[in-house]
Design a protein around this ligand. Structure first.
Ligand code: PMV
Length: 337
């Protein structure tokens, strides 16, 4: 049996813009998804997810039929049909990852058990696909790299992110640490040798990454000039953030986080809860705050000044009914345990 573990992630700067080849900055977090992979004598592949409370099994033929069906839909850009298949069976992206690996290395009956503590919108899907890819590749070959793991994990995000994932999530959780990412240039390691005192606030609203990515894509098609100008401003903010991260200026970093929030909010993807979280953060002297990931719910990042400010903020969020938590960031990427 092989047990793999992959971290969740947060996007510090660049969400949505990164889909359109703008700069993204992200890091791993110490909430992990664990996957057990073992050979099966049942002739099929069986996936059990504790979190989704789901078990599904597919024969070799069913698996490759699904693979062909989804590939055709991807080629035709039939994202709505892919969404429907995903809605009916949340394990479809995981099966698609498996099928992509088997296409290259040959089919093997396996059982896969998933147990994840990664909160939704903090890389829950990518960490799962990365942990599955790593475990299954380990079962099938000695000859693979982390880049292969990340590339196979990307196939899962193709479905989970509504057809056009940027690739930042699969790379961040696979390589771990801090990364900068651009679609056309790939992933690059960032050396950050100081702690960024972040507090994460859960809006309590479920995020639908695929729908939000599609929503921005539709707006871009209808109103390219406006959306492109927002994307360019976001790119400039992320580029400045990269310089500031290297110079360790937390005050300026906070200002840029809030700027990113104000700019991306123009695309109408914030929610009253996300806006309220940012308002509470700024009223209580946080250095800056922004949602992270796809928006439309999920979590916000709040940059705190010092320990006392962190405590004050935790209390204020609690009083307002929001769950907040600290995470260790920049942890190791996917690994065997
Ligand atoms: O919702 P999350 O945490 O998986 O983040 C999605 C990030 C987007 O930029 C919105 C999409 C992408 O593929 O980069």
């Amino acid at each position: 049996m092989i047990i793999t573990s992959s971290p969740g992630k947060i996007i510090l700067f660049g969400e949505h813009a990164v889909v359109y080849d703008k700069l993204g900055i992200a890091c791993s977090i110490d909430k992990r998804c664990n996957v057990k992979v073992f050979p099966s004598n049942k002739g099929s592949v069986l996936i059990t997810s504790k979190n989704l409370n789901l078990t599904r099994s597919l024969t070799e033929k069913e698996l490759f039929d699904l693979y062909e069906e989804i590939n055709i839909l991807i080629k035709k850009k039939s994202f709505d049909k892919i969404k429907k298949i995903y809605k009916n069976n949340e394990l479809v992206p995981s099966f698609f990852v498996l099928a992509s690996i088997f296409k290259k290395y040959g089919f093997k009956p396996l059982e896969i058990e998933i147990d994840s503590e990664v909160p939704e919108n903090l890389g829950s899907s990518s960490s799962l696909f990365s942990a599955i890819s790593f475990g299954v590749l380990k079962c099938l070959t000695k000859n693979f790299s982390k880049k292969d793991v990340s590339n196979f994990a990307y196939y899962g995000d193709l479905i989970a992110h509504g057809g056009t994932p940027s690739g930042i999530d699969n790379n961040t959780v696979t390589f771990g640490g801090y990364v900068k990412y651009k679609k056309s240039e790939g992933v690059k390691d960032l050396t950050i040798d100081f702690q960024i005192p972040l507090l994460i606030i859960d809006s309590g609203e479920k995020v639908k990454t695929g729908e939000l990515v599609a929503y921005v894509r539709n707006q871009k098609e209808k109103n390219p000039e406006f959306v492109n100008s927002v994307l360019n401003s976001l790119d400039n903010i992320s580029k400045k953030a990269l310089e500031i991260l290297v110079s360790k200026n937390l005050n300026d970093l906070g200002i840029l986080m809030t700027k990113y929030y104000e700019e991306l909010k123009k695309l109408n993807i914030s929610t009253p809860n996300l806006d309220k979280i940012i308002e509470i953060a700024l009223k209580n002297n946080a250095l800056g705050a922004k949602p992270t990931g796809a928006w439309g719910g999920g979590c916000c990042l709040v940059l705190t000044k010092d320990e006392k400010n962190m405590l004050d903020l935790k209390n204020s969020f609690k009083q307002n009914g929001f769950r907040s938590f600290q995470v260790k960031i920049g942890v190791e990427g996917v690994k065997c345990i």
